[in-house]
Design a protein around this ligand. Structure first.
Ligand code: ARG
Length: 463
């Protein structure tokens, strides 16, 4: 039979080619549960407007709940002729409630307001689940930072040795952006929490239906202000996609460090067997595939965001079928993050840092030169001069064959560079001295990092 939703105007069904192009059930079927919840809420407002009798409402809701159970069990599935999730579920409803009752549900709503509502319901729910998974990564970072204690490492800028920092400080520098990503989804939710249901195709409904009642029943804070905006806009979807892409980028930056750290040349970290892979040909290999996949998936998630924004950029108001293309990008983001984040959290939790190697590398590469300059400043030397003097120390070290480190300079060599360089300068030529001196808020001094660790842990627990 003709299962399409627009039989009256059309003499025949769609061509096979159109059907193949148009169909979305292979991806929008995941919205079926939300669609049915929307239909139950819509039945309630139809009843409230006097458009369904008590008995019809009971029969309708009963049929929808049976349909929900059949969808959940897999007993009811979309067929080839069902254009989208809405079409399929209307067929399922009419099968169960009969055409007289089932045929009344569509009054006053359009697939345009339906789909705009369902995608918000879906993304709001998924954002909460994904946020838990992000917090598992944060927990793993916080636990590693806790375990690292006061262990130092070489801090880098431009990938060159810069200044010694605490390993815990560095690990927490990856935790804060992830906490902000979770906060971004929480902020986003305030904008996603408005329901387009009741917008109809674009202009609203003439049937006396109450959009606020539907919104409340579906867990929204209220209805959207403008029915055209409600059906035509997807900025809420794009903002979700930005947060997902940003999160993937934040994860990818840590992933890149893990890839580097696990090399022979860096030798900072060992990966657990359960979170690394071997080679089919090279028996010695242990590869950081979790980190590499994280890096790779970041590109994919950026692509999802980019594709979505590109779909939106030229669209006139109100609904256009192009908007059907809004879903696969964000569904893909959700699916990718759902498999990535648990593996990533496990990899981070099981990293084994070579803290001895990190400690021995921390002062190398003249990373204490800034400490010399700042020590001179504390003795009254202008920074311009101090910077030159410290730089001259580095040059003196490099003139040795082979080069020596700053603390290897003799008292005479120091005095020859500058009379200000008394032997007391040696107090800052240690990693411990350098770390302890950076004791302002947010700095790498152990006492500050311990406080920071407490705050990161507390923030993660709050979210
Ligand atoms: N499958 C459509 C979508 O995802 C639902 C809305 C279709 N509306 C329409 N008038 N064709 O956007």
């Amino acid at each position: 039979g003709n299962v399409s939703l627009w039989g009256g105007r059309f003499a025949g069904g769609p061509s096979e080619a159109l059907q193949a192009l148009s169909q979305s059930t292979h991806f929008d079927w995941r919205l079926a549960g939300h669609d049915i919840s929307g239909s139950v809420a819509h039945a309630h407002v139809l009843h409230g407007a006097g458009l369904l009798t008590d008995d019809e409402l009971t029969a309708m809701v009963d049929a929808l709940e049976r349909l929900r159970a059949d969808v959940a069990s897999g007993a009811f599935l979309p067929v080839l002729e069902d254009e989208d999730v809405h079409t399929a579920l209307e067929r399922g409803l009419i099968d169960r409630a009969g055409a007289d009752v089932g045929g009344k549900l569509r009054a006053g709503r359009s697939r345009n307001d339906q789909i705009a509502t369902l995608v918000r319901m879906y993304l709001r729910e998924e954002s909460r689940g994904l946020a838990r998974l992000v917090l598992d990564v944060v927990d793993a970072l916080v636990a590693q930072a806790d375990r690292a204690g006061e262990a130092p490492m070489p801090g880098r800028t431009h990938l060159q040795h810069a200044q010694p920092v605490l390993l815990a400080h560095h690990l927490l520098a990856h935790a804060w952006p992830l906490l902000r990503d979770v906060e971004r989804w929480i902020d986003w939710d305030a904008r996603a929490a408005l329901s387009p249901y009741g917008s109809g195709a674009l202009a609203g409904s003439s049937l006396g239906l109450d959009p606020a009642a539907v919104a409340t029943e579906l867990g929204f804070a209220g209805p959207v202000e403008n029915s055209i905006d409600g059906t035509a806009s997807r900025d809420v979807v794009a903002e979700f996609a930005f947060v997902a892409a940003m999160l993937a980028v934040d994860v990818s930056r840590l992933a890149e460090e893990v890839v580097l750290w696990a090399t022979k040349e860096f030798g900072f970290v060992k990966l657990h067997d359960a979170y690394s892979t071997g080679s089919s040909i090279m028996p010695q290999k242990k590869n950081p595939d979790v980190a590499e996949l994280a890096r790779g998936k970041a590109g994919r998630l950026i692509g999802d965001l980019t594709g979505l924004l590109t779909t939106l950029k030229g669209l006139p108001l109100a609904y256009n079928r192009d908007l059907q293309e809004d879903k696969e990008p964000v569904f893909d983001q959700v699916d990718q993050l759902s498999v990535l984040l648990p593996a990533f959290a496990g990899m981070v939790a099981t990293l084994e840092f070579d803290t001895e190697r990190l400690a021995s590398l921390a002062p190398q590469g003249f990373s204490l030169a800034t400490d010399i300059a700042e020590w001179l400043v504390r003795t009254g030397v202008p920074f311009r001069v101090a910077h030159e003097v410290a730089g001259a120390c580095v040059r003196a070290c490099e003139e040795h064959e082979p080069a020596i480190e700053l603390w290897d300079l003799t008292d005479d060599e120091l005095a020859a560079i500058s009379p200000h360089l008394t032997p007391e300068v040696r107090t800052v030529l240690t990693v411990e001295g350098s770390l302890a001196s950076r004791s302002a808020h947010g700095g790498t001094a152990p006492v500050r990092v311990a406080e920071q660790l407490d705050r990161a842990r507390a923030r993660a627990a709050e979210l």
